[in-house]
Design a protein around this ligand. Sequence first.
Ligand SMILES: [Zn+2]
Length: 492
Amino acid sequence: MASYEEVMKLALERGFYFPSCEIYSDAPAGFWEYGPSGVSIKNKFIELWRRELVRFDNMLEIDGCQIMSKSVFVASGHISNFTDPIVRCTKCNSTFRADRFISEKTGENIPERMSDDEVNAVIQKHNLRCPNCKGEFGGVTRFNMMFRVGIGPAAEEAYLRPETCQTIFVDFARVFKTMRGKLPLGLAQVGKSFRNEIAPRQSLLRLREFYQAEIEVFCNPNRLNDVPKFDKVKDSILRLYDGSSTIQVTADEALRKELVPNKLVAYYLALLGRFYSKTGIDMTRSRFRKLSDDEKAFYSTVAYDFEVETSIGWLELVACNYRSDYDLKGHSSTSKQNLEVVDPSDQTKVLPHVFELSMGVDRSIYTILEHCYMEDDKHDDRIVLRLKPYLAPVLVGILPLMTKDGLDEKARKIHSDLKLDFDTFYDESGSIGRRYRRLEEVGAPFAVTVDKTTMEDDTVTVRDRDSMQQQRIKSSELHQFLQNALISSRQT
Ligand SMILES: [Zn+2]
């Protein structure tokens, strides 16, 4: 199993991601950029999400603005509730996130809903002091994690969205009407969100600017078990964790044993599991963790975190929240607009409830890299990123064995014939072994080598990344070969 440090080293050396503004000393923490390999895997991950969730479930996708008006966040509760408790040293002014600081120092868990007075009492009880200067802490205060921006010369108050879902709630009524929606209806959006984290850390795992892929399923609260499409996923496996043990059941069993509250929730959890099983993540190291009351976000009534085990512990990749009518009610009363819709299935007017699948894209990509990282001790400890072909930044490398006798020209010709339809990489520098290694480290499933035989019979060797087996095929059949490989890998 790969460590965080190994993945990090590979990410930096092979162009997956790196710190933002890194040539400047005032580069703020918590901002990372995707390099060429990273962009490619991110885009392909999002395409897979579109394929397996958005298209599979006939959802609709929107693309909204990142800056939104203050009213949106008054209605959503973020202005008053989206805060972290902080403590400041009275002597040196160092600031810490109170709940994390306390649990790191004492092991005591500070639930999200604990009041500031209660947190103060815990600090007193353990006599906690500033770790930098031993100074005393002032009382707990609240820090709002939204980035405030000023619009125009008058600097009108607005905010960078802290989650992509608010656009979906604000736009819901219009989209439902113009697209002639039917409940339940999934509205999806992928894009950037911004949170002014007090202590960003671990590269892609806690960012201040990050990608979310969110799905809000609008549903009629009276028809949560009227979900015929559930039959399509009823045999899918769910791994449910209740805080002490994980059990593996089919979606159907989970429903019958009342481990999930209704068919709608069971259906979408199954769909999400089905999606992740296609990313290359080891699903035996995943679970849906049911959150207890004091762990849930302020708007949530039933919540599961989809978590995956990594070298640095269990990571939450997706928050699955049953948000009831919290959001539409809030936006409806703040905007004074009626956001009810007519459910065409029974012609009743209803303010829909919402079940959300809020996915962290960056964390998912980190997890995929870690789970696909393999050190092959049978073959010189080569590092192989065993990415699914449809997620690999490079599908095929094109390598002339030598740069003479026309081999390089032939290889360049093959490269230009393939590059518009596939992610290809032409490489003529260094020994063939070194070139294979570089391709394996970015997860390229295939390497095509042009050698002397190519010049005689127009065949090339195609080398498989994982088995290292080679086969000879006609260069004119490469296009079809790659096409087939992509499609068949998606079906397994
Ligand atoms: Zn101090």
